[in-house]
Design a protein around this ligand. Structure first.
Ligand code: GLU
Length: 316
């Protein structure tokens, strides 16, 4: 296995990586402001990447809206934004290399077949563990698709054992990817690179040393560490921020229009009140309205609660 490359000598570089699948809401505002404060207070560069590989849900018009929302909040970035789908050749080359090295294999299992293999039918939102049905089954894509009569995806051959890392917000973590997720998809059936692979290569290409994002992606980090090792890429430092939940304990989804930044702005709410709410949720004492820039040096990562934040229906 390739040894882990250290990040200490590379210039501090972080990123904002929204998916242009809908309007940004208060939960995104929180993640992006905490990220920006933490990066800017240490003089880091900030890179903006639109993660639009989910062709079924991503819409170009959301990219502009997201940039407008970020500027409204007072969040800026360095250099032109990157659009993930414009760099597909490198991703395809990495997929081919992993396959050529025997680290990935074609899989023709359908979702229905995978569900049938699962013993607990009530798993709901939980991911199904892939049991490895197609490991060693097909030698080429052509053979797989001809024999199975359907399109094949590419799965990463996950080694057994635990992956450990220290999250800068949530502390030490351990995940057994093989036992819980199994060999995961790195290319979908339509041959679009999957999120896990795309994020690892795009972060490496942009020289990202700091990853900040919502805690819903904490478990994905272990998969990304495995891919970084397989591809000989450096591992950034990870910071996962707990999500904002509504009064019933549900995640604020993009469909909660009333809490979208665009709706708040259209309703005359100043950005400074959103910023103040986010700052209080991160343990800062601030006035009722404050600009993002004023808090760059006030913010401390140590004060960010490690529990989800409740949205109680008011910015005050
Ligand atoms: N695009 C992802 C999202 O909006 C974030 C991915 C990441 O930060 O790694 O949830």
């Amino acid at each position: 296995m390739t040894p882990l490359r250290l990040h200490s000598t590379r210039p501090l570089t972080g990123r904002l990586a929204p998916s242009p699948t809908g309007a940004l809401h208060l939960g995104h505002a929180r993640t992006f402001l905490l990220t920006w404060w933490h990066l800017r207070q240490r003089g880091a560069s900030v890179h903006l990447r639109h993660e639009d590989l989910d062709a079924g849900r991503a819409r170009p018009e959301h990219q502009q809206a997201i940039e407008d929302d970020l500027r409204w909040l007072g969040v800026d970035w360095d250099g032109p934004p990157v659009v993930q789908s414009r760099g597909l050749d490198r991703l395809q080359a990495a997929l081919a290399a992993l396959h050529a090295r025997g680290l990935a294999y074609w899989c023709t299992c359908s979702r229905a077949e995978l569900r049938q293999l699962q013993s607990a039918p009530q798993l709901g939102e939980l991911e199904l563990r892939y049991p490895g049905t197609c490991r060693g089954r097909w030698s080429t894509l052509e053979e797989a698709e001809r024999e199975a009569g359907r399109e094949a995806g590419l799965r990463f051959r996950v080694p057994s054992g635990e992956i450990r890392f220290v999250d800068q917000v949530l502390g030490p973590q351990r995940f057994d990817v093989q036992a819980t997720v199994g060999d995961f998809l790195i290319s979908r059936r339509d041959k679009t690179p999957a999120y896990q692979l795309a994020v690892v290569l795009d972060d490496a290409d942009a020289g990202i040393t700091e990853v900040h994002r919502g805690a819903d992606l904490l478990a994905s980090t272990a998969r990304q560490l495995l891919l970084q090792r397989a591809l000989g890429l450096p591992t950034p430092r990870y910071h996962h921020f707990p999500l904002v939940l509504d009064a019933e304990g549900r995640r604020l989804a993009k469909r909660v229009d009333s809490l979208s930044l665009a709706t708040l702005r259209a309703g005359g709410v100043p950005a400074e009140r959103v910023v103040a709410w986010v700052a209080r949720s991160a343990g800062l004492s601030v006035p009722r309205a404050v600009s993002a820039r004023e808090l760059i040096h006030e913010f401390t990562l140590e004060r960010v609660p490690t529990q989800p934040v409740r949205w109680l229906g008011t910015l005050d």
